[in-house]
Design a protein around this ligand. Structure first.
Ligand code: SF4
Length: 655
């Protein structure tokens, strides 16, 4: 047994602090109060980042050594609860920034990057727990390329081996994520690795970190933060497991819970029922054709969010059925059972022949938004993103913006600008971004306001608004997800208020509720807030978005007590979600976030759809404003979206 575990059940009770600048490593016992109030994973990491900001002030440049990045897991990780393999990565994001005044947005206020949490599965999160850590906190910047090894409770900073790099156009660049993973697996048999790819090394604002070759801490730019720290990879290895408070009871309740998950996945009335076969690609047909409660589709974005509907013949090439036809056996995260959304996939025909994993709905949808309707190309580009370490979703939004700019003649000064519908153009531009190997790749690899300024440079001042209009990731946007933002006002509010940035869909999801008739501002605001608080709990426990059961049920809370020894009422457990979400928001207030950010509507989203069942719909600024007011009231924030000291005290965040 490693030191510090005594007294902790379900946790390892150890947090490692690494300063890459001084090469100092400190492993400390965790404070049990952290775990009681913030659960683990995302919640505890938000607290560790909030403390960092309080002590040092805002992180004005997320690529500066002052940024902190934390990898970790939660109490349920590495147990037999279905989907208990999701880990946490927290940092100040490199994409969600807008530090300079933006002439195209008179109401602009500086934003330095948002507190971002990314969740990923694979094996790494559970292996980090077995290696003896709940959290690995990384500060500073190394003076040469390094990697971190966590093995059986010991943490070491090692010089990164030359074999992890290759020469690309005269520059020394890390190899692809799968090559790095294979090399480190050879050096440390039985281990698991999370690493950047070339994009992270080149500090692309939407570079991700990759676990086990195809599971990504995707959104916000974790890969760029690793790159800015000269950090190539973290490898974990261990055999030891956390102790249970009452293992026999945990097993009995775990069996009951597992039976419920299995029953719900097998019940066609539950949306979970489609996951084992179609995974998230089920949503392609749903968003295009509809079918839920007799509602119509028409909300699959097309041509940079101009439309939610397009030619059905084109859709058939990239619909759910097309991706089912390429699907192989399940290829799932550690501890995933029953739900199992991911499949292996294969393409046999050139030019995109290869094997890997089936792309997710959001990826496919956002590349359809670039008018790419070549299924095999989507598979191939998804594979390249995994290799280069690029977030597929933000790439989709950045690429759609570039395609529209090119269509309007605004990229005439750049060679090889991408055109809507061209997969070869998208592949070339992706490579240029990941390797920063052309002026356009250099421009598109930065945060979006920087790209707007770069395109506008040397052009008439009157062009500026038109250029910014093409870029839906402007003003620190993370990039909208694959549900057309013009159709669902509640989902637009969820996009607007997600703590990790405008456009994120994972913190609250309203589509079924809105199709079911939910529409008042107060009702939508309450639904969004409840979803965000629930997701904060799921992320903090170490579970997946797709976990089917109620985490505040008597059964789950009984299981949780058997695991950790900590007893909660349903209200006290839910209060942890509100505490975490509020703390994150307060941290984001420090980083410059307020109402101005949440209220921003990219101008093109106020232009109505012209095709399909939702023709005529657009984002209505007055309605968004009303939902935002109701949302702030529900959250107890000020009209400007600020968290005040009294609320921090009431929730136990501050004494
Ligand atoms: S449902 Fe999918 S994403 Fe979630 S844990 Fe299982 S395989 Fe991973």
């Amino acid at each position: 047994m490693l030191p510090f575990q005594n007294g902790f059940f379900g946790y390892r009770g150890r947090i490692a602090f690494v300063d890459l600048g001084s090469r100092a490593v400190r492993v400390e016992p965790a404070d049990p109060a952290f775990y009681r109030d913030y659960l683990g994973g995302r919640g505890v990491q938000a607290l560790l980042l909030y403390d960092h900001l309080k002590r040092n002030g805002p992180v004005r440049d997320p690529l500066n050594p002052a940024n902190r990045i934390i990898l970790g897991n939660g109490p349920v990780n590495d147990t037999h609860v279905a989907t208990a393999g999701r880990g946490s990565c927290s940092f100040i994001g490199t994409m969600t920034r807008s530090p300079e005044p933006a002439a195209w947005l008179p109401a602009h206020a500086p934003l330095f990057g948002l507190l971002t949490h990314a969740s990923a599965g694979g094996v790494f999160p559970n292996m980090l727990k077995r290696s003896g850590l709940d959290h690995l906190v990384i500060d500073g910047r190394a003076d040469r390329p390094v990697r971190i090894l966590v093995s059986e409770g010991r943490v070491a900073i090692l010089d990164a081996e030359d074999e992890l790099f290759e020469d690309v156009g005269g520059a020394k660049v890390p190899k692809t994520a799968s090559a790095i993973t294979d090399i480190l697996a050879g050096l440390h048999p039985g281990s698991s690795t999370v690493c950047l790819g070339p994009a992270g090394w080149n500090r692309v604002a939407f570079a991700c970190l990759t676990n086990d070759k195809h599971r990504n801490f995707g959104r916000g730019g974790a890969g760029a933060v690793f790159g800015s720290k000269n950090l190539v990879a973290v490898t974990a290895h261990g055999r030891d497991r956390a102790a249970y408070f009452d293992q026999a009871r945990f097993q009995a309740l775990g069996k009951e819970l597992d039976g419920q998950v299995k029953a719900h996945v097998g019940d066609s009335k539950w949306t979970a029922s489609f996951r084992p076969e179609a995974g998230t690609t089920w949503w392609l047909d749903r968003a295009f054709n509809g079918g839920y409660l007799g509602k119509q589709g028409g909300y699959l974005p097309w041509h940079n969010f101009d439309e939610g509907s397009f030619d059905p013949v084109d859709f058939a090439k990239v619909g759910t059925k097309a991706f089912l036809e390429m699907s192989g056996p399940p290829k799932v995260c550690s501890q995933c059972r029953h739900i199992m959304c991911t499949r292996a996939a294969q393409v046999d025909r050139p030019p995109y022949a290869g094997s890997g994993v089936r792309p997710e709905f959001e990826t496919i949808a956002l590349w359809i938004n670039c008018c790419i309707v070549d299924r095999d190309a989507v598979f191939h580009i998804n594979h390249l993103c995994n290799e280069f370490g690029v977030d597929t979703m933000t790439l989709g939004s950045v690429m759609a913006g570039a395609m529209e700019l090119a269509e309007k003649g605004c990229l005439a000064g750049f060679k090889d600008a991408p055109a809507f519908g061209s997969a070869p153009d998208m592949i070339r531009t992706l490579k240029d971004i990941a390797y920063r190997s052309s002026p356009l790749g250099e421009l598109l690899g930065g945060y979006s306001d920087r790209a707007i300024a770069g395109v506008a440079a040397g052009r008439p001042a009157a062009d500026l608004e038109g250029i910014a209009r093409c870029v839906t990731t402007a003003f620190g946007g993370l990039g909208y997800a694959g549900i057309e933002p013009k159709v669902f006002p509640g989902m637009f509010a969820a996009y607007a208020t997600s703590n990790r940035g405008r456009g994120d869909h994972t913190y609250a999801w309203t589509i079924q509720a809105e199709e079911g008739g939910l529409q008042g501002a107060e009702e939508l605001a309450a639904y969004v807030a409840a979803g965000q608080e629930g997701k904060a709990i799921v992320d903090s426990l170490g579970l997946c978005d797709f976990f089917t059961e109620d985490t505040a049920s008597d059964l789950f809370l009984g299981l949780y007590r058997a695991l950790t020894g900590i007893e909660y009422t349903a209200d006290a457990f839910k209060a942890c979600g509100r505490r975490i979400y509020t703390l994150e928001r307060r941290a984001n207030n420090i980083q410059g976030r307020g109402r101005i950010y949440d209220a921003y509507i990219p101008p093109k989203l106020t232009e109505p759809l012209t095709r399909g069942a939702h023709a005529g719909k657009a984002v209505d600024p007055a309605r968004h404003d009303a939902i935002l007011n109701a949302y702030y009231r529900k959250q107890g924030w000020t009209r400007d979206g600020m968290v005040e000291p009294a609320l921090l005290r009431a929730l136990g965040i501050e004494p």
